[in-house]
Design a protein around this ligand. Sequence first.
Ligand SMILES: [Fe+2]
Ligand SMILES: [Fe+2]
Length: 265
Amino acid sequence: MHIAWATDIHLNFLNEQKREGFFHSISARNPDAVFITGDIAEAPSLRFHLQEMVDSIQKPLYFVLGNHDYYHGSISSIRNEINALCETNQHLTYLCGNQVIELTKNTAVVGHDGWGDGRLGNVEHTPVRLNDFRLIEELTGLEYTKLIDKLRELGDESASAIQQTLATALDSYEHVIFLTHVPPFKEACWYEGQVGSDDWLPFFTCKAVGEVLLELMQHRPSNQLTVLCGHTHHEGTSQILSGLRVLTGSAKYGAPHVHDVLEID
Ligand SMILES: [Fe+2]
Ligand SMILES: [Fe+2]
């Protein structure tokens, strides 16, 4: 089975011709399915872009959402809207931590957005302020300590959503692929070939999810867990444990591409 993986495609920055070009570049790789690890568009156009992409590629599309997908909207209403869209389209699957999808006899996929949960790096003194904090309804107008509390809540929500589902998947499949937007480990937070700086780490890693992955994989020598993520737009591979590998995909605004084609047994 061949799976085309792209991340941070930010389709709202492309005109129709460029979007078609990107969709054709996916189809040209002749995948059996497609993975997208978030930052697909922005809230007002997300539904349209997902529908347009799946109409063009005509293959099962498994995805999670990234922070940009909630821009000019709210996390709760977009999640509801996209879940409803997926119910009407058999090729579209939004992975929210409640499903184990079999890809082959040995391999399944699970996913959840994740969130930069303000736990790693220099959260107290960083001068970094993301557009998230003025463009996503749940994060706007919060005083800094309340904002960090909210980011932690979002990270914790993600961690608890996947905990049982991943355990179930690992019990039944030798290899599990976990799709998420935010790198779950500092080592996977690539920026120009190195780990991102302490000022960016709080918003570019999801420590809560990383802890769940470590706990699950520490005692499972016969399982392989492959994490696919994005968000930093810079690529890298990190081997966290012998059975736990994280691939962070590259991306460029205005020029989305298939980062990799995975061969699944
Ligand atoms: Fe992005
Ligand atoms: Fe992002």
